[in-house]
Design a protein around this ligand. Structure first.
Ligand SMILES: [Ca+2]
Ligand SMILES: [Ca+2]
Length: 212
């Protein structure tokens, strides 16, 4: 191979690498992009989150108090006034025990699979509160999900929970609420966010390292 052909060969290899990176790298996001993709106050809707169809009902977007007394918050968490909105599961009829509503995050795919911290505020008040879970769904496992956190608190206040996530590829976060044994089971969620790095306060919930 003469020098000219050699140069062309190198250029060809370089172009192939560049092209494959443009295709593959375009799908990835920086942690800053992920943070703005995931963050939602629900004050103007669901942001880039969406309702699952593989469940029994949907989360409801609302401001002020939920329609049933003695369950649910009286205002959202972000603003604390009727101007703010949050999501909740309405557990009055026709809902039945153990029915589930799941809210899905956008697909999260970073360059480097470092730890990130997911946080959310929740309000679990009522004598029939069912389960509230944060679930990890990794794209490479089609029929498998992993519960990262399950609520064990019941009381009339907004609480924050955080879970560290160590992804091994593209993934989604699922917020799942379950109907308890009666209509006093309105569970609310507000102010969800992701930040880069492990969660600093392990005060609530568990922080398992998801198995790849
Ligand atoms: Ca809000
Ligand atoms: Ca649904």
């Amino acid at each position: 191979m003469d020098k000219r052909n050699q140069l062309f060969a190198y250029l060809h290899i370089f172009a192939s690498i560049l092209t494959s990176c443009l295709v593959a790298c375009a799908a990835h996001s920086s942690i800053n992009e992920v943070e703005s993709q995931v963050k939602c106050t629900f004050d103007a809707g669901l942001c880039s989150w969406h309702q699952s169809v593989n469940d029994n009902f949907d989360w409801t977007l609302i401001s002020g108090e939920t329609p049933t007394t003695n369950t649910g918050p009286s205002n959202d968490h972000t603003l604390g006034t009727a101007a703010g909105k949050y999501i909740f599961i309405e557990t009055s009829a026709p809902r039945k025990l153990n029915e589930r509503a799941a809210l899905m995050s956008p697909l999260i795919d970073t360059w480097n699979h470092n730890y990130m911290c997911f946080s959310m505020w929740y309000f679990a008040y009522g004598s029939n509160i069912g389960d509230l879970r944060i679930i990890l769904k990794q794209s490479k496992f089609v029929n498998k999900t992993e519960t990262l956190w399950i609520n064990s608190f019941q009381g009339s206040l907004w609480k924050q929970t955080t879970v560290s996530i160590l992804p091994t590829g593209p993934f989604q976060i699922i917020i799942e609420g379950t109907v308890g044994s009666g209509y006093l089971g309105d569970i609310a969620v507000d102010d969800v966010a992701v930040t880069g790095g492990k969660c600093s306060n392990g005060t609530s919930g568990t922080n398992p390292s998801p198995v790849g």
